[in-house]
Design a protein around this ligand. Sequence first.
Ligand code: CP
Length: 304
Amino acid sequence: MRQDHLITATQLSRADIEAVLDRARTIDESRSAFTQRYSGSVLALCFFEPSTRTKMSFETAAKRLGADTIDMGSIESSSVKKGESLADTARVIEGYADAIVLRHPSEGSAKMASEFVDVPVINAGDGAGQHPSQTLLDLYTIRERHGLDDLTIGIMGDLKYGRTVHSLSAALTNFDVRQHFISPESLRLPRSVRFDLHEAGAQVREHTDLEAVLSELDVLYVTRIQRERFPDENEYRTVAGEYRIDEETLSTARDDLTIMHPLPRVDEIAPTIDETDHARYFEQAHNGVPVRMALLDILLGGED
Ligand code: CP
């Protein structure tokens, strides 16, 4: 890493990404070699929003490295409830832990927290902003199956509020990847993300119809409509359920199409797809452990 914190995927170069993915591969092949490497270290899991995968896979990763974890319990039982600021919370926790994993509903929260502490901060999702460690496990999953160059990927669903999309699309600009974005008009990528992709020279096209591009795709990355981010529930209802992948939808897909999803899913992918060779979303979630072990190994080890 060029920096001590992992805040956004835009800070990652191709070399940074490959370093993490290569380390994750090594860990995946010989986990026992890494056991106890960080015995005595403590990872703080600070989650101000719900999480299953990110929190539990960071916890598993830390424990497999021999480190302990601490967390804040529910927000209701922490001093956040008494009005403590995020900056003060972070400053206190840096005295308890060697690194902080932070999920928070406000965009920019991880960057702000990182400015108050000396231990590494890992952004585990800041509102509709970024989720860079998810991106690393997404890239690991893609690389294992297709490599990361000369690739066509479709990213579909809630591109406006989906932080995994914002991070993944930025990281993909390091590789020879054609990116197709499929969404309702109202959930297009934010202007700022489109601008950054353009500045990075990304090969980007936007669609409202999956059919227009499905047969070209190596990877289809499906996302949930982020109901909790809509300011107006009626607005959510107009787009809910608009895109759903089932066997009929996939009739023109390539045999080796990989379907991914950061999860949780609601109804975007029919359960009948789970048993097909296309479905990689559970494998993707499981890859969170070796990839987050690799990330912690690099950040806690103080490597460049
Ligand atoms: N993919 C992801 O961030 O899942 P969680 O919300 O369960 O952590």
